[in-house]
Design a protein around this ligand. Structure first.
Ligand SMILES: *[C@@H]1O[C@H](CO)[C@@H](O)[C@H](O)[C@H]1NC(C)=O
Ligand SMILES: *[C@@H]1O[C@H](CO)[C@@H](O)[C@H](O)[C@H]1NC(C)=O
Ligand SMILES: *[C@@H]1O[C@H](CO)[C@@H](O)[C@H](O)[C@H]1NC(C)=O
Ligand SMILES: *[C@@H]1O[C@H](CO)[C@@H](O)[C@H](O)[C@H]1NC(C)=O
Ligand SMILES: *[C@@H]1O[C@H](CO)[C@@H](O)[C@H](O)[C@H]1NC(C)=O
Ligand SMILES: *[C@@H]1O[C@H](CO)[C@@H](O)[C@H](O)[C@H]1NC(C)=O
Ligand SMILES: *[C@@H]1O[C@H](CO)[C@@H](O)[C@H](O)[C@H]1NC(C)=O
Ligand SMILES: *[C@@H]1O[C@H](CO)[C@@H](O)[C@H](O)[C@H]1NC(C)=O
Length: 357
C-alpha cells in the first residue's frame, strides 16, 4: 500500500519534471526574471524551467557570486551574455588568446576556446583578428563533421608603420570566418619572441570579435592587460533548430515556436544557426515567441498613417483605415480617390428639375 503510494508519487513527479524540462511550454511563467545585470532576457531565453523554450535557451543568472548579477549561457561559468535580440542574435564575451614576452622569456600564453553548440558563431558579423608586430594567429574549428583552420599574419618594424583604424596586415590583420562554426580554438604566436619590437609591442593577440565593436588603435600594441585574461564581444546566431524548416515546423503545432500574429522565416543570409525564426506580422510588434506576444500597432496613435485631408485614421487589427469626415464620403486612403462633400444628391435633383423645365 505504502510502496504503491510512493511509486505513484515518484511517477507523478517524474512526469511533471519531464513536462517542465523537455516539452516546450505553452506559456512561460508570469514571474520569470526579465533582467540579469544589464542583460534584458527575451523569451525563448529564460533563467529557469518554465521560463525558457528548452535548455538550449537557458541563461544562468549568477547573483550569489556577482554584484551586479552576471548572465551566463546555459551551464557555462565563463561565457557571459551581453545582448539578446529577437531577430536571432546573441552577443557573448569571448576570451582573447595572448602570447607575451619580456627581455628574457615568454611571460604569458593562453589559447582561447569558444563552444556554442546548437547555435553558431556569426560569419557575417565577426572577424578573426590578430594584433601585433611580430605576430600570427590560428583559428581552428569544426563545421558539422568538417574541420576548418586558417591563419593571419601581422607584421611591422616600427610603431610609425601602424595606422589607427587600419587593420590590413601592418600591426593588425583580419579575415572572414566561414558559416556554421559551432566551436573554435584560437591561438596567438610570435615569430621571434617580439625581440625586435619589444619596446612598443610585447604581445601578440588573437580573437574573434564583432566587427562593429572593433576599432584598431596603435595603443592596442602596447601590451595592454599583459597579466590578465582579456575578453571581447563576439556575435552568435541563434535559431529554433531540430524541427526542420518552416513548412516542417508548422506541421507540428505543439512544438511550433511562432505564436499568434507572427510569421515563420528561415534567415539563411545572415544567420548560420540553421532552423527557423519568427517575426511579428506587418502591423504587429512585440515578441513572436510568446502567446499573444505580437501586439497590434495603433498606427493612428503613433502617427504612422497616411490619410487624405478630409479623412481621419481608424485603427484596426494589424492595420488602419481612413474614414472620411462627417459630411464627406468616398475613399479616404491616400492612394484612394479621396473624400468629396456629401452634396451630390442636391445637385442631381436641381439638375433633374432644370431638365424637366
Ligand atoms: C556562481 O558562480 C560561482 C563562481 O563561478 C559558482 O561557484 C557558483 O556555483 C555559481 N552559482 C550559480 C547559482 O550558478
Ligand atoms: C553543460 O552541459 C553540457 C550538456 O548537457 C555538458 O556536456 C557539459 O559538461 C556541462 N558543462 C558544465 C560545466 O557543467
Ligand atoms: C538580417 O538581414 C535582414 C535583411 O537584410 C535584416 O533586416 C535583419 O535585421 C538582419 N538580422 C540581423 C540579426 O542582423
Ligand atoms: C623564444 O623563446 C623561447 C622560450 O621562451 C625559446 O625556446 C625560443 O628559442 C625563442 N625563439 C627565438 C626565435 O628567439
Ligand atoms: C584596444 O584598445 C582600446 C582602446 O585602448 C581598448 O578599449 C581595447 O580593449 C583594446 N583591444 C584589445 C584587443 O586590446
Ligand atoms: C531544444 O532546442 C534546440 C534549439 O532549438 C533544439 O536543437 C533541441 O532539439 C531542443 N531540444 C529538445 C529536447 O526539444
Ligand atoms: C522544407 O524541408 C522539406 C524536407 O526537407 C523540403 O521538402 C521542403 O522543400 C522544404 N521547404 C522549404 C520552403 O524549403
Ligand atoms: C494596410 O493598409 C494599407 C492601406 O490600405 C495597405 O496598403 C497595406 O498593404 C495594409 N497592410 C497590411 C499589413 O495589411
Amino acid at each position: 500500500m505504502c510502496l504503491r503510494f510512493v511509486l505513484v508519487k515518484f511517477l507523478l513527479l517524474t512526469v511533471a519534471n519531464a513536462a517542465l524540462t523537455t516539452t516546450q511550454l505553452a506559456k512561460p511563467k508570469p514571474d520569470c526574471l526579465k533582467k540579469c545585470g544589464d542583460l534584458e532576457i527575451l523569451y525563448p531565453f529564460g533563467t529557469e524551467p518554465g521560463c525558457f523554450l528548452n535548455e538550449t535557451f537557458l541563461i544562468t543568472c549568477n547573483s550569489t557570486h556577482y554584484n551586479p548579477p552576471r548572465p551566463f549561457l546555459r551551464n557555462s561559468s565563463s561565457l557571459v551574455v551581453t545582448d539578446i535580440t529577437i531577430d536571432g542574435r546573441l552577443q557573448v564575451q569571448s576570451y582573447v588568446s595572448k602570447n607575451c614576452y619580456d627581455e628574457k622569456k615568454m611571460i604569458w600564453n593562453n589559447p582561447a576556446y569558444l563552444r556554442i553548440s546548437q547555435f553558431a558563431i556569426s560569419d557575417t558579423k565577426n572577424k578573426f583578428t590578430v594584433i601585433g608586430c611580430d605576430s600570427y594567429g590560428y583559428i581552428r574549428g569544426t563545421i558539422g563533421e568538417k574541420s576548418y583552420s586558417e591563419g593571419c599574419i601581422s607584421w611591422c618594424k616600427r610603431r610609425d608603420d601602424v595606422t589607427d583604424g587600419s587593420c590590413s596586415g601592418s600591426g593588425c590583420c583580419q579575415i572572414d570566418i566561414p558559416k556554421g562554426l559551432k566551436q573554435i580554438w584560437v591561438q596567438a604566436y610570435s615569430f621571434k619572441n617580439h625581440s625586435n619590437v619589444l619596446r612598443f609591442n610585447p604581445c601578440s593577440y588573437a580573437f574573434v570579435i564583432e566587427d562593429s565593436q572593433f576599432h584598431f588603435s596603435t595603443r592596442n600594441l602596447s601590451g595592454y592587460g599583459i597579466t590578465k585574461k582579456l575578453k571581447v564581444p563576439t556575435a552568435v546566431d541563434w535559431a529554433i533548430t531540430g524541427q526542420g524548416n518552416c513548412t516542417e515546423a508548422e506541421s507540428n503545432p505543439s512544438l511550433f515556436a511562432c505564436k499568434e500574429n507572427s510569421l515563420c522565416y528561415e534567415p539563411t543570409a545572415n544567420n548560420s544557426a540553421g532552423g527557423y525564426l519568427c517575426k511579428c506580422r506587418d502591423g504587429f510588434e512585440g515578441n513572436p515567441y510568446l502567446p499573444d506576444g505580437c501586439k497590434d500597432i495603433d498606427e493612428c496613435e503613433q502617427g504612422k498613417f497616411k490619410c487624405h485631408n478630409q479623412a481621419f485614421c481608424v485603427n484596426i487589427q494589424g492595420n488602419y483605415t481612413c474614414e472620411c469626415f462627417k459630411g464627406y464620403k468616398g475613399d479616404g486612403k491616400i492612394d484612394g480617390k479621396g473624400c468629396t462633400p456629401n452634396q451630390l444628391p442636391v445637385t442631381k435633383i436641381s439638375l433633374g428639375v432644370g431638365l424637366g423645365f
